[in-house]
Ligand binder design. Structure first.
Ligand code: HEC
Length: 127
């Protein structure tokens, strides 16, 4: 019984997540262009060095890297391979679901860029 209740709770949460995502995508002055991309254009074999690090550095490095001018925020170095691998769910949540990172009016991550990171994750994080 516990198991079924657990499963139900989990799928309810997923539903809520999807709703939240649509909700967030729908705001921001109606600009959802960051969601548009051709899945076929995502590289088949993204690597940390060529595809993932440059993206994390671009969107997050100003505050989450050792050379951040403002100091390393939250001690979270997203330009570090092991840290980034470990933080993938937090990256997805803050950058793509909540859209809270980078904060303020800084350019947010595009769905294409996240799809590249996601495929790298799926492929087992090649360096
Ligand atoms: C302009 C500076 C800045 C940039 C750029 C930035 N962050 Fe942050 N980040 C912060 C600050 C400040 C905090 C701590 C305060 C807070 O949580 O809002 C933080 C906290 C976090 C946290 C921990 C808090 C939480 O909600 O889990 C995560 C995860 C995070 N950032 C991820 C990212 C990712 C991913 C990017 C790039 C897509 C990014 N950040 C870009 C400044 C920044």
């Amino acid at each position: 019984m516990g198991r079924i209740a657990d499963l139900n709770a989990r799928s309810r949460r997923r539903g809520l997540f999807a709703l939240l995502f649509v909700g967030f995508a729908g705001c921001g002055a109606g600009d959802t262009s960051y969601l548009d991309f051709d899945p076929a254009s995502v590289p088949a074999q993204p690597t940390w060095a060529n595809d993932v690090l440059p993206r994390l550095d671009y969107y997050c490095g100003a505050c989450h890297s050792p050379d951040a001018q403002v100091g390393l925020q939250e001690g979270l170095d997203l330009t570090n391979y092991e840290v980034a691998k470990f933080a993938l769910l937090d990256i997805e949540r803050t950058a793509m679901i909540e859209r809270s990172m980078p904060p303020g009016t800084a350019q947010k991550m595009s769905a294409y860029d996240f799809a590249v990171i996601k495929r790298w994750d799926k492929n087992g994080h090649p360096k």
